[in-house]
Ligand binder design. Structure first.
Ligand SMILES: *Cc1c(COP(=O)(O)O)cnc(C)c1O
Length: 393
């Protein structure tokens, strides 16, 4: 049994996107600008000069709507060095599905049940003093050394230890007997804004934090910093690993472009016409009578609505593809349905309707849909609802 509204996810596209990012990172003989402050703690890490930085593939939020397990499998097969999740529960789901790559958990762990970390070999982020205390206690109780990544806040002011206060907050953690800091990372606030100089500021703060950690005795820790946008914008943010999400799904963070990176959108969203009806001039369609036919029109009903994650702002604004043509979404988006104007086309129930993806020579990208409604492509993708079947090709 399968509903007509389906997200088709190409595992090949996911793999190819990961490989394309790895190619971008591979040293081409061209010297990259070095970090401004060398980090004594990572000088012994040699891989960067041979393979280029590693890739931590971000699969949080059900892999941006693509299906966490399938996406994780694809990235693992294509050579991801690590995967990353938002919380322990997401990591456990991957382990239970047989994913074996190392898995980083981004989230704050101050109120989480920590058992999953130990039972399923997840790598936690230590991003607050409270998390450090709880993780240390949990590892000690089990008599193990827990490998973790340390998060430094270089200006996002969300999670992480303040970059300018480390001497006060971190010496105990660096010396911890039960927590081993294997990597240090930070997160960029404005990487997708090409005008913003804040990325450089954050990178500088990160370099200074690494030097401070080295002075406290931290050795051998790898560094990662770059989300998709930073990966595209500045190779000085690559460090030992990059940490992209969106580009692995084949979408470039707007307003950036990545002409020399071969990315393909991995997800398309399609449905089928379930009814076609004539509307007379002056008659309206749907809730709130938000669209009125100016002349005799033909309207098709598509069984996908806001319960499936389609934004209500697509009402009277969005487009769909039918028979290789772009047609407007007319009237309000309902919970389970939307309506499109198919005047002049010969359509019947069963015909395919593409909401994201290609049909004929036309394409609607997640980026276009996001721009139409004043949202961001991350949101458009990860809101695709659980009622939509995912089919993998
Ligand atoms: C979501 C996330 C990423 C990936 O961001 P993209 O913009 O999708 O590349 C990287 N790092 C952290 C900490 C994140 O939360």
């Amino acid at each position: 049994m399968i509903r007509p509204t389906v997200a088709t996810v190409s595992a090949d596209a996911l793999k190819q996107n990961l490989r394309a990012v790895k190619r971008l990172l591979r040293p081409s003989g061209v010297q990259r600008p070095a970090s401004s402050v060398p980090d004594p703690g990572t000088l012994d890490v040699g891989r960067r000069t041979t393979d280029g930085p590693g890739v931590i593939a971000v699969v949080k939020a059900n892999a941006y709507g693509h299906g966490a397990v399938e996406a994780a499998r694809a990235f693992e097969a294509a050579g991801a060095d690590m995967l990353a999740c938002a919380d322990i529960e997401e990591g456990v789901e991957l382990r239970q599905a047989g994913i074996r790559a190392p898995i980083l958990v981004f989230g704050a762990l101050s109120v989480s049940d920590l058992d999953g970390l130990f039972d399923h070999r997840l790598t936690p982020t230590v991003s607050t003093p409270g998390a450090a205390t709880r993780l240390e206690a949990a590892a000690e109780r089990r008599g193990v050394v827990l490998e973790c990544h340390l998060k430094i806040d270089t200006g996002m002011n969300r999670l992480g230890f303040r970059h300018d206060n480390l001497a006060r907050t971190l010496p105990d953690l660096v010396k911890s007997r039960h927590l081993k800091i294997s990597a240090v990372y930070s997160h960029a606030a404005t990487a997708d804004d090409p005008e913003s100089l804040f990325l450089d500021e954050q990178r500088g703060a990160f370099d200074r934090a690494m030097a401070a950690l080295g002075a406290m005795g931290l050795r051998g820790a790898r560094r990662h910093f770059a989300n998709s946008a930073a990966t595209l914008r500045d190779s000085r943010t690559w460090y030992d690993w990059v940490r992209p999400g969106l580009i692995l799904y084949g979408v470039v963070p707007p307003p950036l472009h990545a002409a020399d990176l071969e990315l393909g959108p991995a997800l398309s969203l399609s449905s089928r016409i379930v009814a076609v009806k004539g509307v007379r001039p002056g008659e309206s369609v749907g809730y709130g009578r938000k669209w009125t036919a100016d002349q005799a029109r033909s309207v098709a009903v598509v069984p996908a609505g806001y319960a499936d994650g389609l934004d209500t702002r697509l009402g009277n604004k969005g487009v769909a593809l039918v028979r290789g043509r772009r047609v407007p979404i007319v009237g309000a988006i309902s919970m389970d349905m939307l309506t499109i104007d198919v005047s002049g086309l010969t359509v019947s129930p069963g015909d395919e309707v593409v909401l994201i993806g290609r049909q004929g020579g036309e394409e609607i990208t997640a980026r276009e849909m996001a721009a139409t409604i004043g949202a961001i492509p991350w949101e458009v993708l990860c809101r695709l609802g659980s009622r939509i079947a995912r089919e993998y090709s």
